[in-house]
Design a protein. Structure first.
Length: 241
């Protein structure tokens, strides 16, 4: 059965990558949660999609130029709705403390394709190991070099190549990098790619799937997971197929 993974939490209904979005996704019975990690100036992994804080907070500047305590003072909810005013940026540590006792698949996207943060792979891996969640976590990245670094840390961990670009034998390319999962933009999905991923024993997950017809196609092709901003809608549709 295709797993339903809440993209940055239930991000259509609450501010992305925040505790309210994660709690709502859990309440909606999502199978998993996807979130994004950047590193602060003091090397704390924090959950925010953009390298710059402007879009989702009440401030400006790059995440890497703030220390963690400074970031904690920013409001990451008001941009979405006054209902969420005062919501704080989460650290990966806080998120894992919340997730540890919940039956959720975890997808941690390393946002290191624009800024190749030093030691990000080791920092995140050690935290996942500390909370004993490696067996239900996939680490994903657009950065091919990061995939190789992750596999050198532990060859058995779940690692996904993220991509929105067409490439001949995409599944084979990802496998050659050391990935055991492929996370693709929806427009790349095809029967032949789904078949090829099964041949390579590679998990195939698709982003960002919010409408019924694309959901149906993903379910019909036997994709291992979809990333969606509306996990409640996806669960409802999956039950009626």
């Amino acid at each position: 059965m295709t797993r339903i993974i809440a993209h940055r939490g239930a991000s259509k209904l609450a501010p992305e990558n925040t505790m309210p979005a994660f709690q709502l996704a859990y309440k909606m019975k999502a199978d998993g949660i996807e979130t994004d990690v950047q590193l602060t100036k003091d090397n704390i992994p924090v959950l925010i999609h953009d390298e710059h804080v402007k879009r989702t907070t009440n401030s400006t500047g790059c995440v890497k130029d703030y220390n963690y305590e400074e970031l904690r003072q920013l409001d990451t909810g008001s941009w979405f709705s006054a209902e969420f005013a005062g919501t704080s940026i989460l650290s990966l540590d806080e998120f894992l403390q919340w997730a540890i006792d919940k039956p959720l698949d975890l997808n941690i996207e390393l946002k290191n394709n624009k800024i190749d943060y030093q030691d990000m792979e080791c920092i995140v891996y050690e935290m996942l190991e500390h909370y004993h969640v490696l067996d239900r976590t996939t680490l994903s990245t657009f950065n091919p070099t990061s995939i190789k670094r992750l596999k050198s840390v532990n060859s058995n961990i779940g690692v996904a190549l993220l991509t929105s670009r067409k490439r001949k034998d995409l599944a084979g390319y990802a496998k050659g990098l050391g990935a055991n999962a492929l996370h693709i933009k929806y427009r790349l999905l095809s029967k032949s790619l789904a078949r090829r991923c099964k041949e390579e024993n590679m998990a195939l997950r698709v982003y960002t799937v919010n409408r019924y017809l694309p959901m149906f196609r993903c379910f019909r092709y036997g994709c291992d997971g979809i990333f969606t901003d509306v996990p409640n809608k996806a669960r409802l549709f999956r039950t009626i197929l």
